[in-house]
Write a protein that binds this ligand. Sequence first.
Ligand SMILES: [Zn+2]
Ligand SMILES: [Zn+2]
Ligand SMILES: [Zn+2]
Length: 86
Amino acid sequence: MVLHQMHPQHKCDKCSKMYFRVQDLKEHVNTAHAGQEFPCGQCAYVGKSARALKHHGLLHDPPKLSCTKCSERFRWRSQLAAHSCK
Ligand SMILES: [Zn+2]
Ligand SMILES: [Zn+2]
Ligand SMILES: [Zn+2]
């Protein structure tokens, strides 16, 4: 009787876990490594999507708009418009 050596053949390239079946490896990747990560270059934030990171990046952007009367600064034109100072 031949004893088959049971070594898992399918290795996860993200955490080097080994799986016997491709199916299991795929499932592992889908659950354990779901989605890509988009780390912010300026802080510890890690976004789940490029869009989330881009939105986050606004925080590091100084507001460009400023009120001419009180020099308060705003990120959005609508905020500036809503801002009423006398
Ligand atoms: Zn893995
Ligand atoms: Zn950041
Ligand atoms: Zn103002």
